[in-house]
Ligand binder design. Structure first.
Ligand SMILES: [Ca+2]
Ligand SMILES: [Ca+2]
Length: 102
């Protein structure tokens, strides 16, 4: 199994977390927002691919390829403007991961 990007891990954890209680959902949103803020290096409210790549490096995760990043951006960047906005990460909480990222 190749090393996984932290956001993948986070979402995978979310997916395996049991029922859709409101409390569980709020925890997911908070955890994701913390991660979002940490990766948003210029604090403009949007994660670019470069910021995600930097976040990956600083998390000490290795083996993440350009293709992985592209797949991640494709999954999160709902409106295809090249950046991941806060609402896009929140939307992703409720979306299953694409099969090829498992
Ligand atoms: Ca940013
Ligand atoms: Ca976007």
């Amino acid at each position: 199994m190749k090393p996984m990007f932290p956001l993948f891990l986070l979402l995978a954890a979310c997916a395996s977390e049991a029922p859709h209680s409101e409390e569980a959902h709020n925890r997911k949103v908070m955890a994701l927002q913390e991660k979002f803020d940490r990766f948003d290096y210029d604090a403009n409210g949007e994660l670019t691919k470069a910021e995600v790549a930097q976040g990956v490096r600083e998390s000490g995760v290795t083996g993440v390829t350009e293709a992985d990043l592209d797949a991640l951006m494709k999954h999160y960047d709902v409106n295809r403007d090249g950046g991941i906005s806060r609402w896009e990460t929140q939307r992703a909480i409720d979306s299953p991961l694409p099969e090829d990222l498992h």
